[in-house]
Design a protein around this ligand. Sequence first.
Ligand code: SF4
Length: 452
Amino acid sequence: MALNGMQIYKLLPQKNCKECGFPTCLAFAMKLAQGNVEAEKCPYMSDDAKAKLSEATAPPMRTVKFGAGDFEYALGGETVLFRHEKTFVNRPRFAVMFSDAMSSDEVDRKIKNVNEVNYTRISEEMHVEIAAFKCEREDKDAFISLIKKVTDSCPKVVPMIMTENTEIAEEAVRQFGDKGPILFGANDQNYEAMVNLAKDHKLLLGVTAAGKEKLYELVEKIQKAGYKELLLDAGSRNLKGTFDDMINIRRTALLSGDRTFGYPTVAFVCDMAQDKMMQLACATLFVEKYASIIVLSDIDYSIALPLFALRQNIFTDPQRPMRIEQGIYKIGAADEESPLLVTVDFALTYFIVSGEVERSKVPAWILIPDAGGYSVLTAWAAGKFNGKSIAKAVKEFEVENKLKTRELIIPGKVAVLKADIEDELPGWKVVVGTEEAATLTNFLRNYKQAAS
Ligand code: SF4
């Protein structure tokens, strides 16, 4: 449980020496309770008090990790119930379910689907992050060869080993431990062996029980056994029950500050509906509230495009604009004579402009300077999109070496920048483009015709 200001005050040396930068120990304690200052600011605190305080002032929901290398992911660590209160920090990860009871045709089809969904949206690579493996036949060899087949064929997925059989779990962890798998299946009967296995291999441990109350008791036992890298499952496999569990677990952690439920959770959407669009609808619900891993029965672009876009939109900081990387972007088969446009690094603007350029079928380049991540007019008004910033980008990205053109098409809304840019870029001609991206297609076609 988190400590309040008075409880923290009792742990302090109470010298009122002001060396922490606060007039009294009580003032320092109040700030510590709000999480606005580090305990280390007080040089006189005992090690014992420091240990108690760091536990008490840690975020109510633990951040845990799984995976390895380029495919290591963090889950949890959330501090608010609603994104508009601050921000969500660790996005949920998507899994596809495999089972040793599936036919090899079905396994092959899912492998193909998992590998096919792979694309970039606003500088983020989108793909399935986890393959969940359910051990249904209790056949160790068949289970291991299933995991091997899928992980060999899908190098970007991290395995989630789902078994309550500790012997099978041990063998699977021995064989795939280097991938940082999630070990899922600690229950009231096997938790001691599962905790030891997870501890030895430093794995995220999935804890499952029939209902929240039993899960709570089990997590308490596991915490007492000294393990806190946990993923929670309160056992429900239908929409209403799982939704209820998610809300209760998250509220218990964040509103009551009860760290027994301060862990990420998993939702098995694959068990909630047969219809894939209904599964998609369920998954969108749990992106928002509050699953950290969402297990689907399969994936394709009709599922991935809305789901991954929703996740990206919700798990970005609302206080920071979505930006795309500065640089010069080639659209179509652009060559050194192709038109060059400039716009801002606000992701939405870039994707609208690049979409219209693609639609025009006129190969072109788009230059993106540092414009603070704002839209065109906002960036201009803030002094972030001007002759200097555009000229800087032209030099930084060596546009004059790469292209023969010395014409730069600017957004019509900032026609006022024409002279400013021409002053900063001697030898360049600035062409005022359209005010709206929607008319860019015709503009580019006419521009190309006039040039040829
Ligand atoms: S430095 Fe420590 S002892 Fe001194 S006022 Fe701050 S909290 Fe109190």
